[in-house]
Design a protein around this ligand. Structure first.
Ligand SMILES: NC(=O)c1ccc[n+]([C@@H]2O[C@H](COP(=O)([O-])OP(=O)(O)OC[C@H]3O[C@@H](n4cnc5c(N)ncnc54)[C@H](O)[C@@H]3O)[C@@H](O)[C@H]2O)c1
Length: 409
């Protein structure tokens, strides 16, 4: 069984609670993070709604409350491949969880600089990791956080999205042959494009070097706290609410808490897949404990527990928090409506008991948002990125070219 785990991106929204969960479960955990997400807060003049402590204070407090040490390495995995390799040689991890990427689709579309940064950071980081594992000669299981967005949303209406591989029939001279291919990629932003490139890198290193890899195609994560981050205020997790990094449900809950209208972009008919942060960390532990055999293909899971349209989410939040709903022009280039049926049996077979939106945790997030609402800068709520050059931002920061039919104001 894996004993020593290296968490790349372990200072981030998903990485921090994962590191604590694994440490609490008896794993020896080390974190690599270059703190670039904290620097992006500075760049965007925005902070996590919850006050997050320095990485050294976080680790010190965790040591005090749990008695467990977590190691920390300040390495940029995209630009310091030698340091990453040395780190692997020093730690000799059994498994690596790879969260260390620029993860906001709007940020990846902000400007030509942001497009280059996202591609350089994410693609080089993943390739450097894979090359370093090969060079180290160590048998390390890599668990990567991908996204549901690699599949696209609604390429074939009504089709169920499988867990990574699509069975196809190919006509040959000998007749029709059955095979599995990676589900065709259909990214909706430069960020999502990097995740589709990651998939090909995993495919190649798995085929060429027999690397053992699990790729988790995760839905939009909601919630803030896990039992471990709730143990002390110094351990609190980050809560992004801004137009670039705030993911839709947390953004709505925050907006409700400060009396801002819930911001639906376009019609609200976009269906997305969701998962609570507590299930994210459980899934990652399950993935670590159930690694693929050497020689097996890349194992792909859909890390998703439910699907909702954006309008349905807004109605749920409005019902519990009494908020107003307002439609804005959509800064993204996407279909106004889509259906999304997702295969998600693999984690359930491994024992995941999903936390659903109706389970009372919405109130918990609203409570966090209310507790820290004084820290909110309302000027950061609306989107400031746009998908195409011909979209103009109006004075409220919303974009002006969504098809009129998709906007019900
Ligand atoms: N949050 C979500 O809703 C969500 C949904 C689907 C997939 N994911 C994926 O999960 C992963 C983690 O997401 P998150 O929400 O925790 O993001 P995050 O931005 O909060 O965390 C990412 C962490 O990685 C670090 N990092 C980035 N580039 C690095 C580099 N080159 N070297 C070292 N460290 C680096 C950042 O400083 C940050 O602490 C991402 O890969 C993301 O694509 C997240």
């Amino acid at each position: 069984m894996a004993k020593r785990i290296l968490v790349l991106g372990g200072d981030g929204f998903c990485g921090w609670p994962t590191a604590l969960r694994l440490s609490a479960q008896g794993y020896q955990v080390d974190i690599v993070d270059n703190l670039s997400r904290r620097n992006i807060d500075n760049e965007l003049c925005c902070e996590s709604l919850t006050p997050i402590r320095s990485i050294s204070r976080r680790l010190q407090t965790w040591q005090q409350v749990s008695g467990n040490d977590i190691g920390y390495y300040h390495i940029n995995i995209a630009t310091q491949p030698e340091a990453l390799l040395q780190c692997l040689r020093d730690i000799r991890p059994d498994a690596i969880v790879h969260f260390a990427e620029q993860r906001a689709a709007p940020y990846s579309m902000k400007s030509s600089w942001h497009k280059r940064y996202t591609v350089d950071n994410n693609v080089s980081g993943s390739n450097n990791l894979l090359a370093a594992v090969v060079e180290s000669g160590l048998d390390i299981h890599i668990v990567h956080l991908g996204t549901m967005g690699v599949y696209g949303y609604g390429r074939v209406d009504g089709a169920v999205i499988p867990e990574g591989y699509l069975p196809v029939q190919i006509e040959t001279e000998a007749g029709w042959q059955q095979t599995d291919i990676l589900h065709p990629a259909d990214p909706g932003s430069l960020y999502h494009t990097t995740k589709t490139i990651d998939q090909l890198l995993f495919y190649f290193y798995n085929k060429n070097d027999n690397l053992r890899i699990t790729d988790l195609h995760q839905g939009v994560v909601w919630g803030t706290q896990t039992p471990e981050t709730a143990r002390h205020d110094d351990l609190i997790n980050r809560f992004d609410y801004d137009g670039d990094y705030g993911t839709v449900l947390n953004r709505f809950l925050m907006q409700a808490a400060i009396g801002h209208p819930l911001t639906i972009y376009g019609s609200g008919g976009q269906t997305r897949a969701f998962i609570h942060l507590r299930d994210t960390v459980r899934c990652i532990q399950l993935a670590i404990e159930n690694p693929p055999q050497t020689g097996a293909r890349v194992d792909i899971f859909n890390q998703v527990t439910e699907t909702w349209t954006v309008a349905e989410l807004a109605q749920k939040v409005a019902a519990i928090a009494g908020a107003e709903i307002r439609h804005y022009q959509n800064p993204r280039k996407e279909a106004a409506h889509n259906r999304l049926e997702v295969e998600r049996g693999k984690f359930q077979q491994l024992g995941l008991n999903p936390t659903t939106l109706d389970a009372g945790l919405l109130e918990e997030v609203v409570d966090i948002a209310r507790r820290f609402r004084e820290r909110c800068d309302p000027a950061r709520i609306l989107p400031s990125s746009r998908w195409t050059k011909d979209q103009q931002l109006d004075s409220e920061g919303t974009a002006e070219t969504a098809p009129a039919a998709s906007v019900a104001s």
